[in-house]
Design a binder for this molecule. Structure first.
Ligand code: AHR
Length: 346
């Protein structure tokens, strides 16, 4: 297991970069040294701080904002952490630059929330060669050599998709609609992201057992409300009998609901269209309570404490599991959402 590096090395590397920049000795890679989110006058870690570079996907959804806040709340100065946070703004190239910056700064740990699964081999090898342990969070990476990262901490995104499918099957059964033809459209997340791949394939696995479920079309709304609104408008223009919308996150659900209401259609069990969503953020649960969302499958954004526990174990030289899933549940319109919300953080 990697041993944490000494801070004097960090300071040396940092000072060297700074002097090179001052001397105008550009290596043509300045963007990697000073990306947009870098504060102008950066503070320095204390000698004993654990320095963590976090490369976040972006701020595309309510889930993501909560996920980011949890990192900030967890890796605090008071607890002896020095956090370098980089927002990838939904672009893999920004995330790769951020990782190179972390390597240059010789951080103790890199925490990567990868936007998509592929394209990480080279930069993760650079981190490994530099002796920096990488923890993958939230989504997954698909790399040839799995020793390039220590572990992944996040959701079982495929299971979420399966759970949604099973819920729909049970619901249709309970309504005597088991054999009825059910027309479905899917608003997918960012193509190639684990949240998209997992939820789509998990649901598809259940769909295979139901020949009467008819998937009309898959289209990406990129996990954003604005794109999903447009895609939902297109679905409604194209198909006149949509029974179910599978929306791979809550923000896309918000956009879809807007489009459906504007089209004069009704939502819910006695309406025209039923929506099944993922994330279970507070605003979406309020819509579950109103019956506008039929069921919402939780994707727990509070990953940070489990990441911290993993880092502490690594600090003590302990082994950690390669994949660590976080606990998750689901909510549907038949539950007492009001009471559930009272004790819910997000
Ligand atoms: O990877 C987790 C997904 O990414 C969440 O479902 C979504 O809201 C976010 O953008």
């Amino acid at each position: 297991m990697m041993v944490r590096k000494r801070k004097n090395l960090f300071l040396f590397a940092f000072l060297l970069c700074f002097l090179l920049l001052l001397a105008g000795c550009s290596n043509g890679n300045d963007a990697a040294i000073t990306p947009k989110s870098e504060p102008e006058s950066e503070s320095r870690p204390d000698e004993d701080d654990i320095v963590i570079g976090i490369s976040q996907v972006g701020s595309e959804s309510d889930w993501r904002m909560m996920n980011t806040k949890a990192y900030m709340d967890t890796f605090t100065e008071e607890k002896g952490y020095y956090l370098i946070f980089e927002d990838g703004q939904q672009k893999q190239e920004n995330q790769v630059k951020a990782l190179r910056k972390f390597i240059l700064k010789d951080v103790d740990y890199i925490v990567l929330a990868p936007i998509v699964e592929t394209g990480w081999d080279a930069v993760l090898k650079e981190a490994q060669d530099a002796g920096i342990p990488v923890i993958i969070v939230d989504r997954n990476v698909s790399v040839e050599d799995e020793s390039l990262y220590i572990c992944r901490v996040g959701s079982d995104l495929m299971q979420e998709g399966r759970n949604a499918g099973e819920w729909l099957a049970d619901y249709l059964e309970s309504r005597g609609r088991r054999n009825e033809k059910i027309n479905i459209v899917t608003l997918q997340g960012t193509p190639g992201s684990t949240a998209q791949i997992g939820r789509t394939s998990g649901f598809a696995e259940v769909m295979e057992k139901h020949a009467n479920w008819n998937m009309l079309e898959y289209q990406s709304g990129d996990f954003t409300q604005a794109k999903a609104y447009e895609v939902m408008e297109y679905f409604l223009d194209t198909y006149d009998d949509i029974d179910v919308v599978i929306s791979e996150n809550d923000n896309m659900t918000f956009g879809a609901i807007e489009a459906i209401k504007e089209a004069g259609l009704k939502l819910g069990k006695n309406g025209d269209i039923m929506i099944i969503s993922f994330d279970a953020v507070r605003d979406a649960l309020l819509l579950v309570q109103k019956g506008e969302i039929m069921a919402d499958f939780e994707c727990n954004p509070i990953i940070a404490p489990l990441v911290e526990e993993t880092i502490q174990r690594l600090e003590r030289g302990e082994a950690v599991e390669k994949v660590q899933y976080i606990d998750e549940t689901y909510f549907d319109y038949r539950m007492d959402i009001e009471t559930l919300l009272e004790s819910r953080e997000y």
